[in-house]
Design a protein around this ligand. Structure first.
Ligand code: GLP
Length: 251
């Protein structure tokens, strides 16, 4: 894992947007794996600005998102579909048929998971997967205890994740209890992974990721075994890492 330490959330977003931009410039037909959550909001805003500034087209880019809540339509303000349109897709020239998320309203969610796996395969796999991390180490919605071999599946969200995400909903009761998420093996199949971590509240999990064991109780720990992972983390997030680990990696 390559660690890039930046000053703050804003610098993390700029660095991440540049990283994604370089991927698209080099490979305009890239398949990007995208994420939702507070961490990536700034990255998408910077990416939109870069696209305008550098007149970069996303006409040929295809995207697949990590996850979606079960029970929410793409028009629901709290769905990840809506989040992605609002924060990125509506502001760049990606054609609507080129972006994909699991369908939260699928009649048979298990079939939807199968369809999503096949879709990713038919696109030729993910070239670059963007990831955030939950405080309990979840990636996508793969909660602690999820098999490292898992493929796209339906998950029951833990109370801590529902509470963490409740800030986007009118009340905790309205946070869905289930989601469809790419599995850990699906994520690990990506050619490159970009993990973004910012803030004091993520310092603990980043410390566990660095010094803890490879353990299904910490889903993100599997990333240590991937050959091409870049972590962009801000100073608050790296505050519990050993100084020696930081110095060699400082940008
Ligand atoms: C959600 C998403 C994850 C995301 C995580 C962290 O549960 N499903 O993909 O990484 O939360 O969110 P945040 O960036 O808001 O801390």
């Amino acid at each position: 894992m390559k660690l890039v330490v930046v000053k703050n959330d804003q610098e993390m977003s700029q660095t991440a947007a540049r990283f994604i931009m370089e991927q698209v410039k080099r490979h305009p037909h890239s398949v990007l794996g995208l994420a939702t959550g507070g961490t990536v909001v700034g990255t998408y805003a910077q990416l939109i600005d870069l696209c305008k500034l550098e007149k970069q087209s996303f006409q040929h880019v295809r995207t697949v998102n990590l996850d979606e809540y079960v029970g929410l339509s793409s028009e629901n303000l709290n769905s990840y579909h809506y989040f992605m349109r609002d924060h990125l897709f509506d502001h760049i020239d990606i054609p609507v048929e080129n972006y994909h998320l699991p369908n939260g309203l699928a009649k048979i969610p298990a079939n939807e998971c199968e369809r999503y796996e096949q879709l990713i395969e038919s696109l030729g796999g993910i070239d670059l997967q963007l990831l955030g991390i939950g405080r309990n180490g979840h990636i996508g919605f793969n909660e602690p205890g999820t098999s490292f071999l898992s493929r796209t599946h339906v998950v029951r969200l833990t109370e801590s994740t529902r509470q963490a995400n409740a800030r986007y909903f009118p009340s905790l009761e309205e946070v869905p209890t289930e989601a469809i998420t790419m599995g850990i093996a699906t994520i690990m199949n990506s050619k490159k992974i970009l993990l973004l971590v910012s803030g004091k509240h993520k310092a603990n999990i980043l410390q566990q990721l660095f010094y803890g064991p490879l353990d299904e109780r910490i889903p993100a720990s599997i990333l240590k075994t991937h050959p091409h992972v870049t972590i962009i983390a801000d100073e608050e997030a790296v505050s519990l890492l050993d100084r020696n680990d930081l110095e060699v990696n400082m940008t």
